[in-house]
Design a protein around this ligand. Structure first.
Ligand SMILES: [Zn+2]
Ligand SMILES: [Zn+2]
Length: 133
């Protein structure tokens, strides 16, 4: 069995484990920027059946009618994103993995709000809004 993906928040109060990660990408949307305080957020998806919180529990903030953002109530670290209905995957804030270098983002979404001073020449596919399903 492949090594699991483990991660957690800055203070260590909330920890998680995913036995599988299916995909990863960068999001440049204004909500991710506001929630994280960073110009871009890297995400990766873990199927819900392959994911568990292993220590503590994140607080949930309903950031839009469509989805909620999960974060540590103690240190404020953004940990995850979950659709309010019909969720099949836990979207994890990729850099909260213990070994984020293991999972490489493969695309950019919401590039219409990418910061004009952020220059990325990684050759990855770019989508102006969400990724076409
Ligand atoms: Zn924390
Ligand atoms: Zn976003």
């Amino acid at each position: 069995m492949a090594e699991a993906f483990e991660g957690g928040c800055l203070c260590g109060a909330v920890r998680y484990r995913a036995s599988e990660i299916r995909g990863a990408g960068y999001c440049h949307c204004r909500m991710c920027q506001r929630a994280s305080g960073a110009p871009v957020v890297a995400w990766c998806g873990a199927p819900l059946g392959a994911f568990a919180w292993t220590k503590g529990a994140p607080k949930s903030y309903r950031s839009s009618p469509k989805a909620s953002r999960l974060f540590c109530a103690e240190c404020g670290a953004q940990l995850g994103f979950l659709p309010n209905e019909g969720a099949t995957e836990m979207e994890l804030n990729l850099a909260t993995l213990d070994h984020p270098e293991r999972v490489a983002p493969r695309y950019h979404i919401y590039t219409t709000t990418q910061m004009p001073w952020l220059h990325l020449e990684d050759g990855l596919p770019r989508y102006p809004a969400d990724r076409p399903k």
